[in-house]
Ligand binder design. Structure first.
Ligand SMILES: Nc1nc2c(ncn2[C@@H]2O[C@H](COP(=O)(O)OP(=O)(O)O)[C@@H](O)[C@H]2O)c(=O)[nH]1
Ligand SMILES: [Mg+2]
Length: 227
């Protein structure tokens, strides 16, 4: 019985990986830089992404977002306030986004084509376990951690953090009030993913956003030059 469950799981992941690889080829040929944002619920993904979209659009970049949640279109409505095209994906009980859901929602997206975008952000379902196993074809996976969550979360959920290419610490404006141990958080992240690029941000005050935006532009240009 255990063997069959493991085999079924491997089969699902293999199918996802194949579809993700074909999505990655599509993103590359369209010239769109795709990022997958993962964290627990409430970390501040939507607030951080809304600010990111607003600032990118302000710089003249073309950016859009897909956002996953079990139910509701609350986050899509919040993100759309940035002025960017946004599409909600409701997973109806599934704890992560998969490549098939992304492929389906890229099709028939009103007024949006991949080749018309510079950046596509995917806000994953809030969960520190399931999203780590599902490649969405992204160029960069970003793990977010807020100052209220506990500095040891990277150690407790290593797969999510060690599959990430960059980490964002959110809600730095309330770090002091929460007794956030910055050194400990940086140490935990580095233990799990040595040398990972870390941004210390606040969607509320805008702290750390200019470093983050510079990283986006640079990472996208680097990718374009390799394509
Ligand atoms: N103080 C503060 N609160 C924030 C910040 N970012 C998000 N929040 C709050 O944290 C809660 C969860 O944010 P949300 O963006 O919905 O998180 P998500 O579930 O990861 O998408 C909301 O009440 C936000 O107002 C921030 O930078 N500073
Ligand atoms: Mg959200």
């Amino acid at each position: 019985m255990t063997t069959r469950i493991v085999e079924l799981r491997r089969g699902i992941l293999k199918k996802n990986d194949e579809l993700a690889a074909s999505l990655r080829r599509r993103y590359t040929s369209a010239g769109v830089f795709v990022l997958n944002l993962v964290s627990s619920p409430g970390t501040g993904k939507t607030a951080f992404l809304e600010r990111t979209l607003r600032e990118l659009l302000g710089q003249g970049a073309r950016a859009a977002a897909l956002v996953g949640d079990l139910e509701t279109d609350n986050d899509a409505r919040r993100l759309a306030a940035s002025g960017a095209p946004v599409r909600q994906i409701n997973t109806h009980g599934i704890c992560h986004l998969d490549a098939e859901m992304i492929a389906k929602h890229i099709e028939g997206w009103d007024g949006v084509t991949l080749s018309g975008l510079d950046y596509l952000f995917i806000e994953n379902v809030g969960n520190l376990v399931c999203p780590s196993s599902y490649d969405l074809g992204e160029a960069v996976r970003v793990a977010l951690l807020s100052v209220t969550e506990g500095e040891d979360k990277p150690l407790k959920y290593p797969t999510l953090f060690n599959s990430a290419d960059a980490a964002v610490i959110t809600k730095m404006d309330i770090a002091e009030a929460c007794g956030f141990d910055r050194e400990q958080a940086l140490k935990s992240l580095n233990e799990i993913r040595p040398g990972i690029r870390i941004f210390e941000t606040s969607a509320k005050t805008g702290a750390g956003m200019s470093e983050w935006l510079a990283f986006l532009v640079e990472a996208r240009e680097k990718r374009e030059s390799l394509a």
